[in-house]
Design a protein. Structure first.
Length: 361
């Protein structure tokens, strides 16, 4: 018998989101139903609402969540009812060419629930990033549940389900930031600040935060930025070079996803440095770079999906660091809100007033 719950749905491009009745089926083989306890509002949810990801409306939004497993389907062994889990959008298959080559963090055939959650009239929903977690109960593949220490509050733990993991991983996993490195992070929202916090954790000695908004730059300092640059007022490439002996940074992270910012990151990098694109561009954006500069500067231009994370490896590790007081997840939580407040949270995000609004149930 299906569960009848409340969830946040985006019906059409640009239209305000609203809370609707959602039908969640009992878990089938390999699936789990999770009682969502907290779900952060990520910019990617807004991209979905704007039609920037695809046109498969209606979307069930929310994907940065933690909660308790409330039912499991046949054959599920990795989690049991009552387990505290973070939901992930990388349930690795173990069989694709990436998995077989020992690189499951790139899995090309990740698992999602087979059954569909629907509106009351039976219309099938597209869950954001294969999760859909602005909802009291959600149906996922059991592999999308990563068990972590229940001592961590859901508001903090859920953030690892997307934005914070994406940012930390962009720095540490994709960018390979290590002790003594210099890093510049463009865009200091939840993702960019996580890249800053991740760089600090990895031992970077110079961490330059770049944003258009002084308030964001102030918060970035609290996350570990050693210097800040307002790129609306100063040329960030020149400023970053001035802060790095005239050379540029070892790792430049674009956490905005805009051609202009990518170009700034490209030129703000030292020879043999790495550019990491973690911000999500829209499908119309293009870049033009002199090929001789791409060649002549050496190094690497990389994209980072979900911080190249492996949830089973990275979530429990980051939760342990959090519980030891070495990684401050609470600092990302600007406010806790109700399910009815997601549209207002998008507006606050747009105005730059929050790092993360987190829906609590
Ligand atoms: N790759 C992934 O796996 C992944 C995962 C989660 C989110 N994302 C993406 O990361 C991006 C950031 O997400 P977020 O939740 O932190 O968003 P956010 O809206 O909270 O933060 C964006 C920040 O960028 C700043 N900004 C905007 N334009 C700028 C510019 N031209 N120069 C400098 N700074 C600028 C804003 O002031 C803001 O502080 C989004 O595109 C989101 O979709 C990617
Ligand atoms: Zn795979
Ligand atoms: Zn996200």
């Amino acid at each position: 018998m299906a569960y009848e719950v409340r969830g946040v749905v985006a019906r059409g491009k640009g239209a305000p989101v609203g809370v609707e009745t959602i039908l969640v089926p009992d878990p089938g083989p390999g699936e789990a139903v999770v009682d969502v306890q907290a779900c952060g509002v990520c910019h990617t949810d807004l991209h979905y609402r704007e039609g920037g990801i695809n046109d498969e409306f209606p979307f069930l939004l929310g994907h940065e969540a933690a909660g308790l497993v409330s039912a499991v389907g046949e054959g599920v062994t990795n989690v049991a009812v009552g387990d505290f889990v973070i939901l992930n959008w990388r349930a690795v298959c173990g069989q694709c060419r990436a998995c077989l080559r020992g690189k499951p963090q790139y899995c090309f055939a990740t698992h999602n629930a087979t059954q569909k959650m629907t509106l009351a009239d039976g219309t099938e929903l597209s869950p954001a990033l294969g999760i859909g977690a602005f909802v009291e109960k959600t149906l996922v593949h059991s592999g999308q549940c990563t068990k972590v220490d229940p001592a961590a509050p859901a508001t903090a733990a859920g953030l690892l389900g997307c934005g914070v993991m994406a940012g930390v991983g962009a720095a540490i996993n994709t960018g390979g930031v290590g002790r003594g490195d210099s890093v510049a992070v463009f865009g200091c929202g939840g993702v960019g600040d996580a890249a800053i916090a991740g760089s600090r954790l990895a031992g970077a000695s110079t961490i330059i935060a770049v944003d258009l908004d002084d308030r964001k730059l102030e918060w970035a300092k609290g996350m570990g930025a050693t210097h800040t640059v307002n790129s609306g007022q100063t040329d960030p490439v020149e400023a970053i070079k001035a802060l790095t002996g005239g050379f540029g940074v070892d790792v430049a992270i674009d956490a905005v996803g805009h051609p202009k910012v990518f170009e700034q990151a490209f030129y703000a990098r030292d020879l043999a440095g790495t550019v990491v694109l973690v911000g999500v561009p829209n499908p119309t954006m293009t870049i033009e770079l002199p090929l001789i500069e791409v060649f002549g500067r050496g190094g690497a231009l990389k994209s980072s999906w979900y911080g190249d994370c492996l949830p089973s490896r990275d979530f429990p590790m980051l939760i342990d660091l959090y519980l030891q007081g070495r990684f401050d997840l609470d600092a990302f939580v600007s406010e806790t809100i109700g399910l009815d407040d997601v549209e207002a949270a998008f507006e606050k995000m747009h105005r730059g007033e929050v790092l993360r609004s987190v829906v609590v149930f």
